[in-house]
Design a protein around this ligand. Structure first.
Ligand SMILES: Nc1ncnc2c1ncn2[C@@H]1O[C@H](COP(=O)(O)OP(=O)(O)OP(=O)(O)O)[C@@H](O)[C@H]1O
Length: 428
Protein backbone atom coordinates (compact mmCIF):
# COMPACT_ATOMS: atom_id res chain seq x y z
CA UNK A 1 0.00 0.00 0.00
CA UNK A 2 1.27 3.49 -0.84
CA UNK A 3 0.40 6.61 1.14
CA UNK A 4 -2.33 6.39 3.72
CA UNK A 5 -5.59 8.27 3.06
CA UNK A 6 -7.50 7.24 6.18
CA UNK A 7 -6.19 5.82 9.40
CA UNK A 8 -8.32 4.75 12.34
CA UNK A 9 -6.78 3.70 15.61
CA UNK A 10 -8.84 1.95 18.29
CA UNK A 11 -12.02 3.77 17.29
CA UNK A 12 -15.12 3.03 19.34
CA UNK A 13 -18.50 4.70 19.34
CA UNK A 14 -20.97 4.52 22.16
CA UNK A 15 -24.54 5.68 21.71
CA UNK A 16 -26.81 6.33 24.63
CA UNK A 17 -30.20 4.74 24.33
CA UNK A 18 -33.20 5.88 26.29
CA UNK A 19 -36.21 3.65 26.76
CA UNK A 20 -38.51 6.68 26.75
CA UNK A 21 -37.89 10.18 25.29
CA UNK A 22 -38.78 11.65 28.66
CA UNK A 23 -35.76 9.91 30.21
CA UNK A 24 -33.45 12.00 28.01
CA UNK A 25 -35.16 15.16 29.25
CA UNK A 26 -34.95 14.04 32.87
CA UNK A 27 -31.24 13.42 32.48
CA UNK A 28 -30.74 16.92 31.06
CA UNK A 29 -32.73 18.55 33.84
CA UNK A 30 -31.45 16.39 36.67
CA UNK A 31 -27.85 15.58 35.78
CA UNK A 32 -26.03 13.08 37.93
CA UNK A 33 -27.94 9.91 37.38
CA UNK A 34 -27.81 8.46 33.89
CA UNK A 35 -31.10 7.06 32.65
CA UNK A 36 -29.58 5.70 29.45
CA UNK A 37 -28.23 2.33 28.49
CA UNK A 38 -24.99 2.35 26.59
CA UNK A 39 -24.73 0.81 23.16
CA UNK A 40 -21.34 0.32 21.51
CA UNK A 41 -21.97 0.63 17.75
CA UNK A 42 -18.23 0.42 16.97
CA UNK A 43 -15.77 -1.51 19.04
CA UNK A 44 -12.08 -0.76 18.92
CA UNK A 45 -11.66 -0.47 15.17
CA UNK A 46 -8.19 -0.05 13.72
CA UNK A 47 -8.11 0.30 9.96
CA UNK A 48 -5.83 1.81 7.34
CA UNK A 49 -7.06 2.71 3.88
CA UNK A 50 -4.49 3.59 1.25
CA UNK A 51 -4.73 6.48 -1.20
CA UNK A 52 -6.56 5.40 -4.34
CA UNK A 53 -7.98 2.28 -2.69
CA UNK A 54 -11.65 1.39 -3.22
CA UNK A 55 -12.91 -0.29 -0.09
CA UNK A 56 -16.27 -2.07 0.01
CA UNK A 57 -18.01 -2.18 3.37
CA UNK A 58 -20.27 -5.14 3.87
CA UNK A 59 -22.41 -6.25 6.80
CA UNK A 60 -25.93 -6.84 8.03
CA UNK A 61 -28.33 -4.06 8.98
CA UNK A 62 -27.22 -2.41 12.18
CA UNK A 63 -23.67 -3.77 12.01
CA UNK A 64 -22.13 -0.30 12.25
CA UNK A 65 -21.27 0.58 8.64
CA UNK A 66 -22.94 3.98 8.53
CA UNK A 67 -21.58 4.89 11.95
CA UNK A 68 -18.06 4.19 10.69
CA UNK A 69 -18.60 6.29 7.55
CA UNK A 70 -20.02 9.18 9.56
CA UNK A 71 -17.00 9.12 11.84
CA UNK A 72 -14.63 9.15 8.85
CA UNK A 73 -16.66 11.97 7.25
CA UNK A 74 -16.47 13.93 10.49
CA UNK A 75 -20.23 14.18 11.06
CA UNK A 76 -19.93 11.99 14.19
CA UNK A 77 -17.15 12.03 16.76
CA UNK A 78 -15.73 8.79 18.08
CA UNK A 79 -16.11 8.06 21.79
CA UNK A 80 -12.54 6.78 21.93
CA UNK A 81 -9.68 6.45 19.46
CA UNK A 82 -8.29 8.63 16.70
CA UNK A 83 -9.19 9.23 13.07
CA UNK A 84 -6.74 10.70 10.57
CA UNK A 85 -7.97 11.70 7.12
CA UNK A 86 -5.77 13.17 4.39
CA UNK A 87 -7.37 15.26 1.68
CA UNK A 88 -10.73 16.66 0.67
CA UNK A 89 -13.58 14.39 1.61
CA UNK A 90 -17.01 14.27 0.01
CA UNK A 91 -19.66 12.08 1.57
CA UNK A 92 -22.94 10.88 0.20
CA UNK A 93 -24.39 9.62 3.45
CA UNK A 94 -28.01 9.62 4.46
CA UNK A 95 -30.17 10.61 1.57
CA UNK A 96 -29.53 14.30 0.90
CA UNK A 97 -28.64 14.92 4.52
CA UNK A 98 -26.73 18.04 3.56
CA UNK A 99 -29.73 19.56 1.78
CA UNK A 100 -32.03 22.23 3.12
CA UNK A 101 -35.55 21.19 2.07
CA UNK A 102 -36.75 24.79 1.75
CA UNK A 103 -33.96 25.82 -0.65
CA UNK A 104 -34.18 25.18 -4.37
CA UNK A 105 -31.90 22.62 -5.99
CA UNK A 106 -29.77 25.47 -7.34
CA UNK A 107 -29.40 27.07 -3.90
CA UNK A 108 -28.53 23.71 -2.38
CA UNK A 109 -25.84 23.15 -5.01
CA UNK A 110 -24.17 26.40 -3.94
CA UNK A 111 -24.72 25.73 -0.24
CA UNK A 112 -23.27 22.20 -0.45
CA UNK A 113 -20.50 23.18 -2.82
CA UNK A 114 -19.26 25.67 -0.23
CA UNK A 115 -19.41 22.96 2.45
CA UNK A 116 -17.28 20.78 0.19
CA UNK A 117 -14.67 23.51 0.05
CA UNK A 118 -15.39 24.99 -3.39
CA UNK A 119 -15.34 28.73 -3.94
CA UNK A 120 -18.41 30.49 -5.34
CA UNK A 121 -16.64 30.97 -8.66
CA UNK A 122 -15.70 27.28 -8.79
CA UNK A 123 -19.33 26.29 -8.19
CA UNK A 124 -20.52 28.71 -10.87
CA UNK A 125 -18.04 27.11 -13.27
CA UNK A 126 -19.28 23.63 -12.45
CA UNK A 127 -22.99 24.38 -12.07
CA UNK A 128 -23.99 23.45 -15.63
CA UNK A 129 -22.17 20.13 -15.38
CA UNK A 130 -23.83 19.38 -12.05
CA UNK A 131 -27.29 20.21 -13.41
CA UNK A 132 -26.62 18.15 -16.53
CA UNK A 133 -25.45 15.16 -14.51
CA UNK A 134 -28.45 15.36 -12.15
CA UNK A 135 -30.74 15.72 -15.18
CA UNK A 136 -33.80 16.78 -13.19
CA UNK A 137 -34.93 19.47 -15.62
CA UNK A 138 -36.64 22.52 -14.22
CA UNK A 139 -36.87 20.95 -10.76
CA UNK A 140 -33.42 22.43 -10.18
CA UNK A 141 -35.27 25.74 -9.59
CA UNK A 142 -37.82 24.24 -7.16
CA UNK A 143 -37.44 23.60 -3.42
CA UNK A 144 -35.94 20.16 -2.80
CA UNK A 145 -38.84 19.28 -0.48
CA UNK A 146 -40.84 18.78 -3.69
CA UNK A 147 -38.36 16.21 -5.03
CA UNK A 148 -38.88 12.49 -5.39
CA UNK A 149 -36.30 10.22 -3.71
CA UNK A 150 -34.71 9.60 -7.10
CA UNK A 151 -34.34 13.34 -7.84
CA UNK A 152 -32.84 13.90 -4.43
CA UNK A 153 -30.18 11.30 -4.94
CA UNK A 154 -29.41 12.48 -8.46
CA UNK A 155 -28.65 15.97 -7.25
CA UNK A 156 -26.83 14.78 -4.13
CA UNK A 157 -24.57 12.50 -6.18
CA UNK A 158 -23.91 15.18 -8.80
CA UNK A 159 -22.85 17.62 -6.07
CA UNK A 160 -20.77 15.04 -4.18
CA UNK A 161 -18.66 14.13 -7.21
CA UNK A 162 -18.37 17.68 -8.54
CA UNK A 163 -15.75 18.75 -6.04
CA UNK A 164 -13.16 16.23 -7.35
CA UNK A 165 -12.76 14.85 -3.84
CA UNK A 166 -9.65 13.01 -2.67
CA UNK A 167 -11.95 10.71 -0.71
CA UNK A 168 -15.49 9.87 -1.77
CA UNK A 169 -17.87 8.08 0.60
CA UNK A 170 -20.99 6.51 -0.86
CA UNK A 171 -23.51 4.86 1.48
CA UNK A 172 -26.07 2.72 -0.36
CA UNK A 173 -26.95 5.68 -2.54
CA UNK A 174 -26.66 4.03 -5.89
CA UNK A 175 -29.43 1.57 -5.17
CA UNK A 176 -31.98 4.37 -5.38
CA UNK A 177 -31.58 5.64 -8.93
CA UNK A 178 -32.88 4.02 -12.10
CA UNK A 179 -30.57 1.82 -14.16
CA UNK A 180 -29.43 4.63 -16.51
CA UNK A 181 -28.52 6.82 -13.58
CA UNK A 182 -26.72 3.95 -11.86
CA UNK A 183 -24.67 3.34 -14.99
CA UNK A 184 -23.80 7.03 -15.16
CA UNK A 185 -22.74 6.95 -11.50
CA UNK A 186 -20.57 3.87 -12.01
CA UNK A 187 -18.91 5.58 -14.96
CA UNK A 188 -18.19 8.70 -12.92
CA UNK A 189 -16.91 6.63 -10.01
CA UNK A 190 -14.54 4.80 -12.37
CA UNK A 191 -13.21 8.14 -13.62
CA UNK A 192 -12.58 9.22 -10.04
CA UNK A 193 -10.90 5.88 -9.29
CA UNK A 194 -8.63 6.32 -12.31
CA UNK A 195 -7.65 9.77 -11.15
CA UNK A 196 -6.63 8.38 -7.75
CA UNK A 197 -9.66 9.13 -5.56
CA UNK A 198 -10.03 6.91 -2.51
CA UNK A 199 -13.50 5.43 -2.37
CA UNK A 200 -15.45 3.96 0.52
CA UNK A 201 -18.51 2.18 -0.64
CA UNK A 202 -21.31 0.59 1.42
CA UNK A 203 -23.61 -1.67 -0.48
CA UNK A 204 -25.88 -4.63 0.08
CA UNK A 205 -25.52 -5.48 -3.59
CA UNK A 206 -22.62 -7.92 -4.05
CA UNK A 207 -22.38 -7.24 -7.79
CA UNK A 208 -21.55 -3.56 -7.18
CA UNK A 209 -18.90 -4.52 -4.64
CA UNK A 210 -17.31 -7.01 -7.04
CA UNK A 211 -17.47 -4.45 -9.83
CA UNK A 212 -15.96 -1.50 -8.02
CA UNK A 213 -13.83 -2.57 -5.08
CA UNK A 214 -10.19 -3.64 -4.72
CA UNK A 215 -10.76 -4.81 -1.19
CA UNK A 216 -13.56 -5.06 1.34
CA UNK A 217 -14.25 -5.31 5.05
CA UNK A 218 -16.90 -7.38 6.76
CA UNK A 219 -18.63 -5.75 9.70
CA UNK A 220 -20.37 -7.68 12.44
CA UNK A 221 -21.81 -6.13 15.59
CA UNK A 222 -19.46 -3.17 15.53
CA UNK A 223 -16.34 -5.18 14.71
CA UNK A 224 -14.38 -5.59 11.51
CA UNK A 225 -14.11 -9.35 11.32
CA UNK A 226 -12.29 -9.56 7.97
CA UNK A 227 -10.41 -7.29 5.57
CA UNK A 228 -9.60 -9.07 2.34
CA UNK A 229 -10.55 -9.31 -1.33
CA UNK A 230 -14.23 -8.63 -2.15
CA UNK A 231 -14.58 -12.27 -3.09
CA UNK A 232 -13.46 -13.58 0.27
CA UNK A 233 -15.37 -10.99 2.27
CA UNK A 234 -18.60 -11.63 0.38
CA UNK A 235 -18.13 -15.39 0.63
CA UNK A 236 -17.81 -15.16 4.41
CA UNK A 237 -20.76 -12.75 4.60
CA UNK A 238 -22.89 -15.16 2.59
CA UNK A 239 -21.71 -18.14 4.66
CA UNK A 240 -22.63 -16.32 7.88
CA UNK A 241 -26.07 -15.46 6.51
CA UNK A 242 -26.59 -19.08 5.51
CA UNK A 243 -25.59 -20.27 8.96
CA UNK A 244 -27.91 -17.79 10.61
CA UNK A 245 -30.87 -18.58 8.41
CA UNK A 246 -30.53 -22.29 9.08
CA UNK A 247 -32.99 -24.04 11.37
CA UNK A 248 -30.12 -25.82 13.13
CA UNK A 249 -27.30 -23.29 12.92
CA UNK A 250 -25.08 -25.22 15.31
CA UNK A 251 -24.88 -28.07 12.85
CA UNK A 252 -23.23 -25.87 10.22
CA UNK A 253 -19.56 -25.15 10.42
CA UNK A 254 -17.81 -22.37 8.52
CA UNK A 255 -14.34 -23.36 7.42
CA UNK A 256 -11.90 -20.78 6.20
CA UNK A 257 -9.14 -22.98 4.89
CA UNK A 258 -8.86 -25.68 2.26
CA UNK A 259 -11.30 -28.36 3.22
CA UNK A 260 -10.08 -31.88 2.88
CA UNK A 261 -7.39 -33.64 0.99
CA UNK A 262 -10.00 -35.70 -0.87
CA UNK A 263 -11.62 -32.64 -2.46
CA UNK A 264 -8.95 -30.61 -4.12
CA UNK A 265 -10.09 -27.04 -4.09
CA UNK A 266 -8.86 -24.65 -6.69
CA UNK A 267 -6.92 -21.92 -5.02
CA UNK A 268 -4.61 -19.86 -7.15
CA UNK A 269 -3.84 -17.28 -4.51
CA UNK A 270 -2.93 -17.16 -0.87
CA UNK A 271 -6.55 -16.43 0.00
CA UNK A 272 -8.28 -18.84 2.29
CA UNK A 273 -11.43 -20.48 1.01
CA UNK A 274 -14.69 -19.98 2.81
CA UNK A 275 -16.95 -23.00 2.92
CA UNK A 276 -19.98 -24.08 4.87
CA UNK A 277 -20.05 -27.75 5.82
CA UNK A 278 -21.89 -30.23 8.02
CA UNK A 279 -20.66 -33.65 9.11
CA UNK A 280 -23.69 -35.25 7.42
CA UNK A 281 -22.52 -34.97 3.82
CA UNK A 282 -19.20 -35.05 2.05
CA UNK A 283 -18.50 -33.75 -1.42
CA UNK A 284 -16.12 -36.40 -2.67
CA UNK A 285 -15.29 -34.97 -6.08
CA UNK A 286 -16.35 -32.42 -8.66
CA UNK A 287 -15.31 -33.07 -12.26
CA UNK A 288 -15.96 -31.48 -15.61
CA UNK A 289 -16.80 -33.99 -18.35
CA UNK A 290 -17.25 -33.56 -22.08
CA UNK A 291 -20.11 -34.98 -24.17
CA UNK A 292 -18.40 -38.40 -24.19
CA UNK A 293 -18.04 -38.45 -20.38
CA UNK A 294 -14.31 -37.80 -20.61
CA UNK A 295 -12.79 -35.51 -17.95
CA UNK A 296 -11.89 -32.18 -19.46
CA UNK A 297 -10.45 -28.90 -18.28
CA UNK A 298 -11.37 -26.65 -21.16
CA UNK A 299 -14.50 -26.25 -23.23
CA UNK A 300 -14.95 -24.29 -26.43
CA UNK A 301 -17.54 -21.55 -25.96
CA UNK A 302 -20.98 -22.86 -26.95
CA UNK A 303 -20.05 -26.53 -26.47
CA UNK A 304 -21.65 -29.06 -24.14
CA UNK A 305 -20.23 -29.76 -20.67
CA UNK A 306 -21.21 -31.77 -17.60
CA UNK A 307 -20.49 -30.86 -14.00
CA UNK A 308 -20.28 -34.23 -12.29
CA UNK A 309 -20.51 -34.27 -8.49
CA UNK A 310 -20.00 -37.27 -6.21
CA UNK A 311 -21.58 -36.87 -2.81
CA UNK A 312 -21.44 -39.21 0.15
CA UNK A 313 -24.44 -38.91 2.46
CA UNK A 314 -23.41 -39.93 5.95
CA UNK A 315 -27.00 -39.61 7.20
CA UNK A 316 -30.32 -40.56 5.68
CA UNK A 317 -32.26 -37.77 3.94
CA UNK A 318 -35.79 -37.64 2.56
CA UNK A 319 -35.15 -35.48 -0.46
CA UNK A 320 -31.87 -33.57 -0.60
CA UNK A 321 -31.16 -30.86 -3.15
CA UNK A 322 -27.93 -30.38 -5.08
CA UNK A 323 -27.06 -27.18 -6.88
CA UNK A 324 -24.22 -25.49 -8.69
CA UNK A 325 -23.13 -21.95 -9.34
CA UNK A 326 -20.80 -20.58 -12.00
CA UNK A 327 -18.81 -17.50 -10.97
CA UNK A 328 -16.48 -15.26 -12.91
CA UNK A 329 -12.96 -14.47 -11.76
CA UNK A 330 -14.05 -11.68 -9.42
CA UNK A 331 -16.55 -13.99 -7.71
CA UNK A 332 -19.67 -12.50 -9.29
CA UNK A 333 -22.40 -15.03 -10.05
CA UNK A 334 -22.97 -15.86 -13.71
CA UNK A 335 -25.48 -18.64 -13.22
CA UNK A 336 -27.00 -20.66 -10.38
CA UNK A 337 -29.55 -23.47 -10.26
CA UNK A 338 -30.41 -26.59 -8.29
CA UNK A 339 -32.28 -29.85 -8.63
CA UNK A 340 -35.35 -28.57 -6.72
CA UNK A 341 -35.74 -25.62 -9.11
CA UNK A 342 -35.26 -27.98 -12.03
CA UNK A 343 -38.05 -30.22 -10.69
CA UNK A 344 -35.69 -33.17 -10.46
CA UNK A 345 -36.07 -34.90 -7.14
CA UNK A 346 -33.26 -37.00 -5.78
CA UNK A 347 -35.68 -38.71 -3.40
CA UNK A 348 -34.75 -40.73 -0.33
CA UNK A 349 -31.11 -41.47 0.29
CA UNK A 350 -30.15 -43.86 3.04
CA UNK A 351 -27.19 -43.46 5.38
CA UNK A 352 -23.75 -44.00 3.83
CA UNK A 353 -25.00 -43.76 0.24
CA UNK A 354 -22.95 -42.15 -2.46
CA UNK A 355 -24.70 -40.48 -5.38
CA UNK A 356 -23.54 -38.86 -8.58
CA UNK A 357 -25.32 -35.77 -9.87
CA UNK A 358 -24.55 -34.38 -13.31
CA UNK A 359 -25.59 -30.98 -14.52
CA UNK A 360 -25.43 -30.91 -18.30
CA UNK A 361 -25.49 -27.72 -20.33
CA UNK A 362 -24.04 -25.72 -23.16
CA UNK A 363 -21.75 -22.90 -22.13
CA UNK A 364 -22.33 -19.78 -24.22
CA UNK A 365 -19.80 -17.82 -22.16
CA UNK A 366 -16.93 -15.64 -23.31
CA UNK A 367 -13.35 -16.84 -23.22
CA UNK A 368 -11.87 -16.98 -19.72
CA UNK A 369 -11.89 -18.88 -16.47
CA UNK A 370 -14.93 -19.47 -14.32
CA UNK A 371 -15.26 -21.37 -11.07
CA UNK A 372 -17.82 -23.88 -9.89
CA UNK A 373 -19.52 -23.64 -6.48
CA UNK A 374 -21.45 -26.62 -5.15
CA UNK A 375 -24.35 -26.40 -2.71
CA UNK A 376 -26.23 -29.21 -0.98
CA UNK A 377 -29.37 -28.64 1.06
CA UNK A 378 -32.29 -30.49 2.58
CA UNK A 379 -36.06 -30.11 2.26
CA UNK A 380 -36.80 -27.70 -0.54
CA UNK A 381 -40.01 -25.69 -0.61
CA UNK A 382 -41.66 -22.71 -2.29
CA UNK A 383 -39.71 -21.06 -5.04
CA UNK A 384 -36.36 -22.70 -4.49
CA UNK A 385 -35.92 -22.11 -0.74
CA UNK A 386 -34.76 -24.90 1.55
CA UNK A 387 -34.91 -25.74 5.24
CA UNK A 388 -31.28 -26.52 5.85
CA UNK A 389 -27.97 -26.01 4.11
CA UNK A 390 -25.74 -29.08 4.27
CA UNK A 391 -22.71 -27.87 2.33
CA UNK A 392 -21.72 -24.84 0.31
CA UNK A 393 -18.27 -24.95 -1.21
CA UNK A 394 -16.72 -22.48 -3.65
CA UNK A 395 -14.00 -23.11 -6.20
CA UNK A 396 -14.43 -26.85 -6.53
CA UNK A 397 -13.45 -26.77 -10.21
CA UNK A 398 -12.30 -24.34 -12.88
CA UNK A 399 -14.27 -24.12 -16.10
CA UNK A 400 -11.91 -22.84 -18.75
CA UNK A 401 -13.72 -21.49 -21.77
CA UNK A 402 -11.88 -21.26 -25.06
CA UNK A 403 -12.82 -18.97 -27.90
CA UNK A 404 -14.86 -20.60 -30.68
CA UNK A 405 -12.81 -19.62 -33.72
CA UNK A 406 -15.52 -20.83 -36.12
CA UNK A 407 -18.25 -18.65 -34.63
CA UNK A 408 -18.88 -15.07 -35.65
CA UNK A 409 -17.34 -12.48 -33.37
CA UNK A 410 -19.33 -11.14 -30.45
CA UNK A 411 -18.70 -9.15 -27.29
CA UNK A 412 -19.84 -9.36 -23.68
CA UNK A 413 -20.14 -12.26 -21.24
CA UNK A 414 -22.90 -14.43 -22.73
CA UNK A 415 -23.41 -15.28 -26.36
CA UNK A 416 -27.10 -14.67 -26.98
CA UNK A 417 -26.69 -16.06 -30.49
CA UNK A 418 -29.01 -13.52 -32.05
CA UNK A 419 -30.44 -13.77 -35.51
CA UNK A 420 -31.05 -10.56 -37.39
CA UNK A 421 -33.70 -9.34 -39.80
CA UNK A 422 -33.54 -6.07 -41.66
CA UNK A 423 -36.70 -4.35 -42.84
CA UNK A 424 -36.38 -1.55 -45.32
CA UNK A 425 -38.88 1.27 -44.89
CA UNK A 426 -40.47 2.63 -48.03
CA UNK A 427 -39.49 6.21 -48.90
CA UNK A 428 -42.06 8.69 -47.71
N1 LIG B 1 -27.91 8.08 17.11
C1 LIG B 1 -28.01 6.82 17.52
N2 LIG B 1 -28.46 6.53 18.77
C2 LIG B 1 -28.55 5.26 19.19
N3 LIG B 1 -28.19 4.19 18.48
C3 LIG B 1 -27.73 4.41 17.24
C4 LIG B 1 -27.62 5.73 16.68
N4 LIG B 1 -27.12 5.63 15.42
C5 LIG B 1 -26.96 4.31 15.18
N5 LIG B 1 -27.30 3.58 16.27
C6 LIG B 1 -27.23 2.12 16.40
O1 LIG B 1 -25.93 1.69 16.07
C7 LIG B 1 -25.96 0.45 15.36
C8 LIG B 1 -25.20 0.61 14.08
O2 LIG B 1 -25.95 1.43 13.21
P1 LIG B 1 -25.47 1.76 11.72
O3 LIG B 1 -26.49 2.70 11.13
O4 LIG B 1 -24.06 2.20 11.76
O5 LIG B 1 -25.59 0.32 11.06
P2 LIG B 1 -25.43 -0.07 9.52
O6 LIG B 1 -24.47 -1.21 9.46
O7 LIG B 1 -25.10 1.12 8.71
O8 LIG B 1 -26.89 -0.58 9.19
P3 LIG B 1 -27.75 -0.47 7.81
O9 LIG B 1 -27.19 -1.48 6.86
O10 LIG B 1 -29.12 -0.85 8.30
O11 LIG B 1 -27.68 0.94 7.32
C9 LIG B 1 -27.43 0.10 15.17
O12 LIG B 1 -27.79 -0.86 16.15
C10 LIG B 1 -28.16 1.41 15.41
O13 LIG B 1 -29.43 1.17 15.97
Amino acid sequence: MGEMAISLKNVSKCFKRYDRPVDRLKELLLPGRSRATEFWALQNISLEIGQGETLGIVGQNGAGKSTLLQIIAGTLTPTTGTVEVKGRISALLELGSGFNPEFTGRQNVFFNGRLLGLSRAEIEDRFDDIAKFADIGDFINHPVKTYSTGMFIRLAFAVAVSSDPDILIVDEALAVGDIYFQQKCFERIRKLQNSGTTLLFVSHDPTSVYKLCDSAILFESGNVILKSTPRQVLDLYEANLLKRSDTRPDALEIQTSPLSASLELINDSSEEEVAVVTPEVKIQSVKLLDADDRPTESIVSGQFVQVSINILFLQAFDDPIVGFKIRDKTGATIFVDHTFNMDQHIGQVSKNTSINVRFQFQVPLSEGEYTVTIGIADSGYGEGQFERALAYVHNTAVLKILCDKEASRWGGIVNLNPTVKIYRQAHV
